[in-house]
Design a protein around this ligand. Structure first.
Ligand code: SAH
Length: 214
């Protein structure tokens, strides 16, 4: 990134190292992805701070630490991450961090204005291994399943059945914040009909809403 944000981006990477992120490729993406392009220009001066920020329509771009953490948890699965489903495209920031690290990303969003802007950003950044769908993330993306990994970037009141069903049976991995006031980041790995669940601690996300906007 050759611009006025380079120094700030390097500091953000160091902050993430100090916070425990270890995966080198993830750290590199956190440093090189131009987060200032994923938010209103008036907030760009805060883009490399480790905080969530408003992106319109009552939604937020996720905190850099949580984006790095979720990406790292996904890549730690015991199978190559070729096809990854993301629920909650939002600004497209998590999508852009993830796309260079996997073969294909499929991303679902229920607010069309956000999806439209995210699509423009993917073009601008020359990211071509991403397909986006307007729809309800509770349903996943049936026609593109199964997925090696699924990342949900909004908090679900319970784990959506459709997402469990769309995981690869041999070690497919779902990373999902679950809860309402109190939320926990869950890691669920599928082995046939068995779903192994672990938790990575408390988080704070906007809710995974039921249904799309008309
Ligand atoms: N990864 C995004 C996070 C955006 S916030 C980023 O870093 O910018 C969560 C997003 O999930 C919002 O854009 C919201 O509209 C979307 N969302 C909420 N419920 C949804 C649902 N049921 N289906 C699809 N997207 C949903």
């Amino acid at each position: 990134m050759v611009n006025q944000f380079q120094g700030q981006a390097r500091k953000l990477k160091q902050l993430l190292v100090n916070a425990g992120i270890q995966h080198e490729a993830v750290l590199d993406m956190m440093e090189t992805t131009p987060r200032h392009l994923f938010m209103p220009e008036s907030l760009a001066h805060k883009a490399y701070e480790n905080t969530a920020l408003p992106i319109g329509d009552g939604q937020t771009i996720s905190q850099p630490y949580i984006v790095a953490k979720m990406t790292e948890l996904l890549l730690a699965a015991n199978r190559p991450m070729q096809r990854v489903l993301e629920i909650g495209t939002g600004s497209g920031y998590q999508t852009a961090v993830l796309a260079p690290l996997v073969e294909q990303v499929f991303s679902v969003e229920r607010i069309s204005t956000l999806q439209y802007q995210a699509k423009r950003r993917m073009k601008l950044l020359d990211l071509h291994n991403i397909q986006m769908k307007y729809g309800d993330g509770w349903e996943g993306w049936h026609s593109k399943a199964p997925f090696d990994g699924i990342l949900v970037t909004a908090a679900a009141s319970r784990v959506p059945e459709a997402l469990l069903a769309q995981l690869e049976p041999e070690g497919g991995r779902l990373i999902i914040p679950v809860g309402e006031e109190q939320q926990e980041l869950k890691i669920i790995e599928r082995h046939g009909d068995t779903y192994q669940q672990t938790s990575s601690g408390g988080v704070r996300f906007v809710p995974l809403v039921q249904g799309v906007l008309a």
